[in-house]
Write a protein that binds this ligand. Structure first.
Ligand SMILES: Nc1ncnc2c1ncn2[C@@H]1O[C@H](COP(=O)(O)OP(=O)(O)O)[C@@H](O)[C@H]1O
Ligand SMILES: [Mg+2]
Length: 465
């Protein structure tokens, strides 16, 4: 701000110096005019000769103690000096109007001078070579310069004063405006790392309030996320600790046995516990990845979700056979293309099919179908097992939530949570409902389709906009 103010000040200073010079010239040119006219009046012709008396009044240009030097010359019609300073010449390139004094700045004998020029006609036809004389009258410019300087300094002083006042007002106003912001900065700097409480809005200027509101809402989302993470970590630690404790007990028990058969059995159940814990750890890892959209494993590609579902059904065929459950796969045959992460989507479908096979008793039926509903792909897994009571249908999506007495020990309570998370990152939704005929469970995953035709119409719409 200060450099630009200085520039403005410089510009107005130049301008006011020119103004002051103009005003001084205007004042002094008057007496110069008077003097030159007085000389002109005293030129006359007698006996064919031009005679000039220089009146004393014309030389009386003493001003306030400053003694100006005065030079004059009267030039005859032929341009030859009749009287006065011979070296005082008419400046070149000037064409004064006859009878009107012309004032110019000039230089004479190392002095800056102000020169008045007047052409006068003498009306004397007897003169050879014309009857027009030119009067040159020059005066040094000391008094003018002094007056101009005085005027200039005066106005400069006022300008500087004005700028100073403006600067003081600005600094005051700015510091008043910024003071709350600086205080806010200080209080935010001194916050603890974990402190995500909202910034007080009432202490900041109204203009920045929307900004603070936005920051506050971001912080509250952050706080919520942190809270979720913390709870997850605590739950996870708890969930891992339990099977490890069981494993410890089993190992201790096994160590005390001398019967090899009993030891073998203990090892078998230890293996079960290890498998369960490993499954749990895997599920945690998958969930963490599903939540993190920036994970490189989340990279997407065009894929056919119907084919992916068929693959998953194939993977589970052996398990279904072993559990004597009839596993069926249904798809219309046409591909269901979408842009997604194959690994994640496979994980999502597997979890649902795994649940259906796990919780449906032997002799049951599980069906996986992949169909298209306008611009969406619908993946549905139905079974005729025990189902999930309506009251529990929201809760089973929570982390580590398992319905007690489901009868299966190898579970983490993370499966449906993973399904929901992966569905969400692919723009989809997950719904639980009754199975066919009101028995069992139906899990429906709806994902937006990204096929060529859709892409084509979207582009067409975009270009027509
Ligand atoms: N097909 C199903 N039939 C009956 N209950 C189910 C079914 N799928 C899930 N559940 C219930 O929902 C709970 C949560 O499922 P999930 O999140 O996959 O965790 P997990 O399978 O590890 O227990 C399960 O404990 C189970 O009680
Ligand atoms: Mg499960």
């Amino acid at each position: 701000m200060l450099p630009s103010l200085a520039l403005i000040l410089l510009m107005t200073a130049v301008w006011s110096y020119r103004n002051a010079m103009g005003a001084a010239n205007h004042a002094y040119d008057r007496s110069l005019t008077t003097a030159i006219r007085a000389i002109a009046e005293n030129i006359h012709v007698s006996d064919g000769r031009i005679l000039a008396d220089i009146p004393y009044s014309a030389m009386d240009l003493i001003d306030e103690g400053v003694q100006e030097r005065i030079y004059y010359a009267i030039l005859g019609p032929d341009g030859v000096t009749l009287t006065g300073y011979e070296d005082l010449m008419l400046p070149e390139g000037l064409d004064p109007e006859r009878g009107v004094p012309l004032m110019v700045d000039a230089h004479f004998r190392e002095h800056d001078v102000r020169m008045g020029i007047l052409e006068k006609r003498l009306y004397a036809p007897e003169l050879p070579g014309g009857d027009t004389v030119t009067i040159l009258f020059a005066e040094t410019t000391e008094a003018r310069t002094q007056l101009a300087l005085r005027l200039f300094l005066d106005s400069l002083m006022w300008q500087i004063l004005l700028v100073a006042v403006v600067v003081v007002i600005l600094v005051f106003a700015l510091s008043r405006t910024f003071h709350p912001l600086l205080a806010l900065r200080e209080s935010i700097r001194q916050r603890g790392t974990e402190d995500l409480t909202p910034v007080p809005v009432n202490e900041v200027p109204t203009e920045v309030r929307p900004l603070i509101d936005a920051i506050n809402s971001h912080m509250s989302r952050l706080a919520q996320m942190l809270q979720t993470r913390r709870r997850f970590l605590a739950d996870a630690a708890h969930q891992i600790r339990t099977p490890l404790a069981v494993l410890g007990t089993q190992a201790e028990y096994g160590g005390r046995q001398s019967d090899p058969e009993e030891m073998r059995r203990t090892f078998a159940s230890m293996l079960d516990s290890i498998r369960g814990t490993r499954h749990m750890a895997n599920q945690m890892l998958i969930l963490a990845r599903a939540e993190q959209a920036s994970d490189p494993l989340q990279e997407r590609a065009a894929l056919d979700i119907a084919e992916l579902a068929r693959d998953v059904a194939g993977d589970f065929a052996a398990l279904a056979l072993e559990k004597r459950i009839e596993l069926a796969f249904e798809a219309p045959g046409a591909p269901l293309r979408l842009n997604g992460n194959a690994t994640m989507l496979r994980e999502m479908i597997s979890n649902v099919v795994d649940n259906a096979l796990r919780y449906t008793p032997a002799g049951g039926h599980v069906t996986l179908s992949a169909t298209r509903l306008r611009t969406r792909a619908v993946l549905r897994v139905t079974d005729d097992g025990p189902g999930i009571p309506v009251a529990e249908r929201d809760k089973v999506f929570q982390r580590f939530y398992r319905i007690l007495g489901s009868g299966d020990s190898e579970g983490s309570g993370l499966g449906l949570c993973i399904v929901q998370e992966i569905g969400k990152t692919h723009g989809g939704t997950v719904h639980l409902g009754d199975g066919p005929g009101g028995r069992g469970l139906s899990v429906e995953i709806i994902l937006p389709i990204e096929d060529l035709w859709l892409e084509y119409t979207r582009r067409a719409n975009r270009t027509s906009d």
